[in-house]
Ligand binder design. Sequence first.
Ligand SMILES: [Zn+2]
Length: 385
Amino acid sequence: MHIGRRAFNQGLAGSIASGIVGSSAAAARSYRGPNVIIVRFGGGVRRAETIAGQTTYAPYLLNVLARRGTLIPNLTIDQLQDVDTSHAEGTLNILTGRYKSYTKVGAQGLAPLLEPDQPTLFEAVRKAFDIPAHQALLVNGEDRPQEEYLTYGGHKHFGVAYRSEVIGLYRYKLHKFRRILEDNKAPEDVLVAARKQLDELTAHDFRNTASHTSGVMQGFWDNWREQYGDTGLKNPRGDRLLTELAVRAMRQLKPQLMMINYQDPDYVHWGNASHYTRAIAIIDQGLKQLVAAADSQPAYRDRTVFAIVPDCGRDANPLMSVPYQHHFNSRSAHEIFALLLGPGIARGKVLDKPVDQTSIAATVGAIMGFRMRAAEGRVLSEILT
Ligand SMILES: [Zn+2]
């Protein structure tokens, strides 16, 4: 199945390049609604360190940003059998509006490769509207090529033709080594090393989605390379890099739907609690930069909805040798939150009742003007003005 799919994608990539697929997308309506930026407050965070006033490491989120929108302090991941409270799983709950709507198609180390069975928000918005792939954008962590899988699924009416574009250091490295080889001006040892590294990176491109990029994306990465060079030492790293990429994308690509997959609180798996709390503070700073970027640009000011939501929570068991795990199905690993703000969202409101994580997709669909037909979660109409 895997090989067949790859071959299929290769054929389709050819169709995209020749414009066959593009012509059908052109029949869709042009998009006039608000931009939506989904911030995955990811890597698994508990309410205690985010939205609890006495113990938060995210003061901007809680004390400043929450006043501009509706806080949902009681968002939960349903206690269903076999629901894993983890990163790819939670991300797909957010993107499909369903629980367990994915198939495991492989693994990369410990991380599962999950393919959504129902359309993601990216596919749905691109099917409903004439939005190019680079304006339905996923900003991914540098060490998570498995999240390349999250951009489209195997649903027969959606799929690869409606996938999002992805930016992240993985994509940049692919671009850089291709350019070095195309230019063919570097010393022989540099060319040999570039060929080797490109082959290694391409081996992670399980779905063959990164083999063809548009001229717009090549321009984005050429510009990045001009500023930061080839060493990888000058650009920010970790979740600060995701903020930098997202802010740059807002200036240069103007995405209308963008998801930023923050992830660094997950470094707590190494056993050091301060990795977790420091990472939360860095995401909080990232939120401040993202909102400032939106507030300062005509394309985004007063016409951008932010939806901030964790992928999963974390354990509250102080007796664990490594605290803050999230794989044991404990209650607090299911307890998360959401904050939505922007035009059309009630300001300074707290929606204090249980809401499912799967309601985010349905609500984002309603805000953008399409229906997430397969979503199990409901549209949160009480937060819409
Ligand atoms: Zn984890």
